[in-house]
Ligand binder design. Structure first.
Ligand SMILES: Nc1ncnc2c1ncn2[C@@H]1O[C@H](COP(=O)(O)OP(=O)(O)OP(=O)(O)O)[C@@H](O)[C@H]1O
Ligand SMILES: [Mg+2]
Length: 294
């Protein structure tokens, strides 16, 4: 066994994900002259996510939530620290072990199709991971994509349509189906409902809860809206300026915040978040256009 696969001796057996002293700096460059403008996006972050639970990461804009998520998913490198998936070192995984990790950990974004080819039909988008990881025989992939779309509350005919034909909430269902296609253990959700109207948010959160119960999934859930986190998460950690200020159950953290910044966050009105205001109008009109789909 390679040294990288050796389980950490301090590993918690109920933990699926352990993040230890993670540091990520942007803009430092490699030369001496570039040092001055560096941003410490993540500055010594540690937390543990238990298998089958939902761990919430909250904090103001720029506090380092997405950077933490991207490093955990190996979409960005780290300067130092460790990320362990069931005791296995993620940041040093290479080759077949990295491929296996990429299957086991999936990421769902606020706009799941921002970085995807709009000319692909939904069926191909959902089946892409199956193809990459050779999970389902090619002749059965379309059928499997239909199953996944239906499991996520969409109709079978979605498979032959294009992402732009769907509302924001439906697109997020497609994004979730796409993540599920590779049978992940952990899904990192970066503001998956932040751009959606409240009633659509509730539907997506209900879907995620059902899928977690059915499939035994673990979620790392990033959000601005503390009310959503309170309702949806088993644990919550508060970030500011790249640091994790405090962590606990939502009831503990919200009723008795140990850090004054958490109190400030709690006092802020979620709707005052300018990004939600910006996204609200266009998404509502899309939702009305496609409201007929059950
Ligand atoms: N690719 C990048 N290059 C340079 N700086 C970056 C990059 N991505 C993030 N940053 C910086 O790192 C810091 C943390 O950003 P990050 O996106 O992780 O915050 P966040 O908590 O997810 O914020 P938001 O709630 O707005 O999504 C910010 O100062 C940001 O400007
Ligand atoms: Mg972010």
């Amino acid at each position: 066994m390679n040294a990288d696969t050796t389980a950490d001796t301090t590993a918690d057996t109920t933990a699926i994900l352990e993040v230890r002293d993670l540091v990520k700096t942007y803009g430092a460059g490699r030369g001496l002259l570039a040092r001055g403008s560096a941003t410490r996006a993540v500055n010594g972050v540690s937390f543990t996510v238990r298998r089958g639970s939902t761990f919430g990461l909250v904090g103001e804009s720029g506090s380092g939530k997405s950077t933490t998520a991207r490093v955990v998913c190996r979409l960005a490198s780290a300067d130092s620290g460790r990320v362990l998936l069931e005791g296995e070192d993620v940041l040093r995984a290479r080759g077949a072990r990295l491929t296996a990790f990429r299957r086991r950990v999936q990421m769902v974004f606020q706009d799941p199709f921002a970085s995807l080819n709009p000319r692909w039909k939904v069926g191909s988008l959902v089946a892409e991971g199956m193809r990459i990881h050779g999970l389902v025989p090619p002749a059965r992939r379309r059928e499997r994509a239909v199953e996944l779309l239906e499991q996520c509350g969409l109709r079978a005919d979605a498979v032959d349509r294009y992402p732009h034909e769907f509302s924001g909430g439906q697109r997020q269902r497609i994004g979730i189906a796409r993540a599920l296609a590779v049978e992940p253990d952990l899904i990192v959700l970066d503001e998956p409902v932040s751009a959606l109207d409240v009633s659509i948010q509730a539907q997506i959160l209900t879907l995620l809860t059902r899928l977690q119960q059915q499939l035994g999934l673990t979620y790392l859930f990033i959000a601005h809206d503390l009310a959503v986190v309170e309702q949806f998460c088993d644990r919550v950690a508060v970030m500011r300026s790249g640091e994790l200020l405090e962590e606990g159950s939502p009831a503990e953290v919200y009723s008795n915040p140990r850090h004054p910044h958490t109190r400030l966050l709690l006092d802020a009105v979620p709707v005052a978040d300018p990004r939600r205001r910006r996204h609200r109008a266009p998404l509502r009109s899309l939702e009305e256009d496609h409201a007929s789909q059950p």
